[in-house]
Design a protein around this ligand. Structure first.
Ligand code: SAM
Length: 482
């Protein structure tokens, strides 16, 4: 029985409701009148409080995803782009993953870290090695990390993760600093989520992998991750533990994408209904080749057009949720989907344990790697590429540091203060990057962009202040924010 407010996985992600949703979507997928009405409903609207969007329910959004009328797909893409422009503008937030340990006791059949993989060397960073990795990441210009680890209560207990977070925040190398650590570790207890919250993490990220319970159990045949309910209810426990920025995701390719899409949106609706705040981010990984993993054995893989459509439909359904794409995807694919709603990307990523320190940008260790990285460019190349397309690479972490998390962040989005707040913050952090880490060519392009963009801050006082901060950054000061 479907119950959006239930705390039981099988009730808020009801298989029956998903199947009924898919049937409804099939029935209406060529209903032009309904589709036009849904697009109109989801369009950004000016209200007394700024620009607002209503979003769409999982049933409504599933109709858009099922629709295969080419002219409607064009309209869906145009609306996704309009919503992205309204709330995220041209800013793209940058981050990098940091792999702490690939020890794992699970048997996830798509993941090279599975316990039976004897091909992969096992490695866990010491605090000294964490330090080296963080210095290497700071020297690239990163300010925001997502830490990753396999699940292993003996090798990677929560105390180890907490110690690593502490080490990461403590390192101030030259002008560098990691100002936000997001955490992608296995589902855990409320008590452990409290500890992560107290350690000052940004977003707690946990991919559902698949919302289809039967497939989930087959894909996770043993180990703690086998428990579908414990995994699916993790975000409720995280919120109970005080973490109000949580990141959802599906590993596309494992099960039927329309099923996953409906489940993902039902999960978002559930969090909003129970906790008053939806997910902070949604990630859209696709299964990749890796040690002991052949992605071709998963027969639900999706092509680039379907992938783009999913992203556009997520953008329309949950307009205030950030969307993340990793270096699993190549440059061409990343370029295409950024227009459709992606707001955060990784750059210069290494997915091996200890993959950053001691290697040149051209060298790439593969031994402990989690998956093949498709976009292998350096951070500097990615930053310049973004700016050449008129995006603004942002290293901003201000919201979380100013306590604007959960519903307080959503409120900022809704009252349209983004252009006075996120926009100058993006420019200030980009200026820091240009000053400390960029190549001369990137710096030239970036400074011209900042000079142009700063004039677009609507509030004159804010603009003046931002100009003052920019000058001070150019003269050596750091870490200003609104
Ligand atoms: N161990 C943690 C857990 O159980 O959720 C999370 C860390 S894992 C390093 C991060 C994510 O990588 C997984 O949630 C999964 O979606 C993704 N992943 C695993 N194998 C992959 C593959 N072959 N290709 C692409 N992504 C993969």
């Amino acid at each position: 029985m479907y119950d959006i407010k239930s705390l039981k996985a099988e009730e808020f992600i009801s298989d029956e409701e998903i199947k009924a949703t898919l049937a409804y979507a099939d029935e209406h997928k060529h209903d032009r009148e309904l589709i036009e009405a849904l697009l109109e409903k989801a369009r950004p609207k000016k209200t007394g409080r700024g620009v607002e969007c209503s979003g769409l329910s999982h049933r409504e959004a599933s109709v858009l995803l099922a629709c295969d009328l080419p002219e409607m797909t064009e309209k869906i893409y145009a609306l996704a782009n309009e919503i992205k422009e309204a709330f995220y503008g041209d800013r793209i937030v940058m981050f990098a993953p940091l792999y702490l340990s690939n020890y794992c006791v699970n048997k996830c059949v798509y993941c090279p870290y599975h316990v039976q993989n004897k091909e992969i060397p096992r490695k866990k960073l010491t605090q000294e090695e964490v330090r080296d990795e963080v210095i290497a990441l700071q020297d690239m210009g990163h300010k925001r990390l997502a830490i990753e680890a396999g699940e292993d209560p003996v090798n990677n207990p929560i105390e180890y993760i907490l110690e690593c977070i502490n080490t990461i925040y403590s390192i101030k190398h030259k002008n560098g600093a990691i100002r936000r650590v997001n955490v992608n570790i296995a589902a855990t207890t409320v008590e452990n989520y409290k500890k992560l919250h107290d350690a000052g993490i940004g977003t707690y990220i946990l991919f559902q992998e698949t919302y289809h319970k039967e497939s989930y159990e087959k894909l996770h045949p043993a180990g703690p991750k086998h428990n579908y309910a414990y995994h699916t209810e993790a975000m409720d426990r995280a919120m109970e533990g005080g973490i109000d920025d949580v990141g959802l995701g599906v590993l596309f390719g494992l099960d039927l994408f329309r099923y996953e899409f409906a489940g993902l949106l039902m999960h978002a609706e559930h969090l909003e209904a129970v906790h008053g705040v939806g997910p902070h981010t949604i990630s859209v990984p696709r299964v990749k080749k890796a040690s002991d993993i052949d992605p071709n054995v998963f027969d639900n893989s999706i092509d680039d057009d379907t992938f783009a459509k999913i992203i556009a439909c997520i953008r329309i359904a949950v307009p205030y949720t950030g969307m993340i794409i990793s270096t699993r995807e190549n440059e061409t694919c990343r370029e295409k989907v950024m227009k459709l709603g992606i707001s955060q990307i990784s750059g210069g990523s290494r997915t091996s344990v200890g993959g950053y320190a001691g290697y040149t940008p051209e060298e790439r260790p593969h031994d402990t790697e989690q998956f093949d990285v498709s976009d292998q460019r350096s951070l500097d190349e990615v930053v310049k590429w973004l700016m050449d397309m008129d995006y603004i690479p942002s290293f901003c972490t201000a919201c979380y540091r100013e306590g604007r998390t959960g519903d307080r962040f959503m409120a900022l989005c809704k009252v349209g203060q983004i252009q006075n707040c996120c926009h100058p913050n993006a420019l200030l952090t980009l200026q820091e990057y240009l000053q400390d880490y960029a190549s001369p060519e990137t710096k030239k392009v970036g400074e011209a962009l900042i000079d142009r963009e700063i004039q677009k801050v609507p509030d004159p006082k804010r603009r003046e202040k931002a100009l003052d901060y920019l000058n001070r950054i150019r003269n050596g000061e750091r870490d200003f924010r609104f």
